[in-house]
Design a protein around this ligand. Sequence first.
Ligand code: KMH
Ligand code: ZN
Length: 279
Amino acid sequence: MEPLIITVAAVGAELSVEQQPNLPITPEALARDAAECAEAGASIYHLHVRDHSGAPTMDVGRFREALAAIKQASDLIVQFTTGGALGDSDEVRIAPLDLEPEMATLTTGTVNFGDGVFMNPAPLIERLYLKMRAKTILPEYEIFDAAMIFNALALYDEHGSDHHRHFDFVLGVPGALAHAPGVLEFLTGLLPESVTWSATGIGRSHLPVTDEILALGGHVRTGFEDVRYVEPGLLAGSNAELIARVAERARAAGRALATASDTRRRFGLSSPAGSTLAS
Ligand code: KMH
Ligand code: ZN
């Protein structure tokens, strides 16, 4: 099986600082977190940012500082969110792409999300996609429901695209696709041979989903955005701790870990411009 690509969803938009006091918020904390995550075996850093009060924001200045700090501290592939927080306008979700991260998420459909709705109408999906491609940002198709797979495949075909396609399945958001026996097989069975895929289970489904991914040959996402507790009542201490837990299970399953360079090669990304670290 392929070396395991671990994505760390390090911050998210839903968790408050009160709920998770270890959330990396400042550029310094993000730099520290990224270095630890790289050391623990991650290769992609899925990035949301927070303002000075810890509230989620899509402020371009905060993304700029965060991107610089993470790149200075690690060679991780930085993947911006374009989902932001529920209710963010199209304009604020699109704006950070001007900073040209290597990757960004693209959710290809609208879905219930807890008590709210994560809005992704077709014109917005297309705008995000075209902006990413104009700036050679690689989209990660962020899939919360099965119809989104078909939308992503159609989008790629309609634009005659030829970039690598990576899908990420997020299972267990209340109101969206849950984890249940056969769900991952069904979803991955809809994908063409040439793509790669990862998945994550939110909350309690995280470890069962992780073990299923390892057996099926997919890749794993973990991090504070997806996991609050490492055991009942015990908060996760750091993103690196969550990655180490996945790495241990990967070793037991006979999967080597991909480095960021391996992942760039696999995804057809070139080496990061201005990288200060050997990769
Ligand atoms: N915060 C969610 C509403 C993404 O990062 O692209 C959307 C989200 C997806 O987290
Ligand atoms: Zn996210």
